[in-house]
Design a protein. Structure first.
Length: 280
């Protein structure tokens, strides 16, 4: 018997997240407007092409924002539906021809075992409370068919430390970085509303506890991602030096991270993790 669907009028949207994505941050342009974003996008599609079932599959994009990833999955031949808690994102996704609705990843409005694959590219790092992440994962597994694949993105606990150092903002952000290293979260973090940062072992434990077997964790942006952080921080509106112009930094970052995939111990060198598991 299906779990009762909770009406959308009981949806709770965190005001800080709503404000972040409605007035401060253009998520629709993020992946295309920075070198790091283009690296993240290219790498995610490499992994989804490898791990998701071949099209046509029914795919849920939970916390899918304005639908950039859902659009790519649709173009691959999948049947995609998107859910996001921000009205602006739902409107943008619908305008792009994606089936999208307003909703909360902790209360999915879909029937049990109705999807072949689930993508969670945002919920795990927008839920600082472990109990909320457990709810979101439990709901994702509820709507996933046996044998279905779940892919989830998380942010490395060390990402702020290394990124702030490369951008030379560490001394300004010292308190935020220290809080994140100690607890995974900082209420003073001005970069991202209600953001949580995982340790690799913690991320694996959360997915295994939810019921996924096996769980593979990859360095989504890989060590090459730090080159893109440096480029975006110091050369976003500046001409490249001769050395940087010799090769496209995006190509260099991609090749670095693909080579690093051969060495599992380098997963921790990535600012973003991608966890992939299968429902038993």
């Amino acid at each position: 018997m299906d779990t009762p669907v909770i009406p959308l009028d009981r949806l709770t949207v965190d005001r800080a997240i709503e404000d972040h994505y409605s007035s401060r941050w253009d998520e629709a342009a993020r992946l295309s407007s920075t070198v790091k974003g283009r690296l993240e996008q290219a790498r995610l599609y490499d992994f989804l092409g490898q791990w998701f079932p071949p099209p046509p599959a029914r795919v849920a994009d939970i916390g899918g924002g304005p639908g950039v990833h859902a659009g790519w999955l649709r173009d691959q031949g999948h049947d995609v539906v998107l859910l996001d808690p921000v009205q602006r994102h739902v409107d943008q996704a619908n305008a792009a021809g994606i089936t999208a609705e307003l909703g909360d990843g902790r209360r999915l409005p879909w029937s049990n075992q109705s999807f072949d694959a689930v993508l969670m590219a945002g919920p795990l790092y927008h839920l600082p409370e472990a109990s909320d992440r457990r709810l979101a994962l439990r709901e994702a597994l509820r709507v996933l068919r046996p044998g279905g694949v779940l892919a989830a993105v998380a942010i490395n606990r060390a990402a702020n430390l290394i990124g702030s150092t490369l951008a030379n903002t560490l001394l300004t952000r010292h308190g935020v970085v220290r809080d994140i290293l100690e607890t995974g979260h900082s209420s003073a973090n001005e970069r991202m509303a209600h953001c949580y940062y995982h340790r690799e072992s913690e991320l694996r434990s959360e997915l295994v506890s939810a019921g996924l077997r096996p769980v593979n964790i990859f360095g989504l942006t890989g060590p090459g991602g730090w080159l893109t952080v440096m480029i975006d921080a110091h050369f976003k509106n500046q001409p490249y030096t001769d050395k940087l112009a010799e090769h496209d930094p995006l190509d260099t970052a991609l090749e670095c991270s693909r080579l690093a995939d051969q060495m599992p111990e380098l997963v921790a060198a990535s600012s973003l993790f991608l966890a992939v598991g299968q429902k038993g």
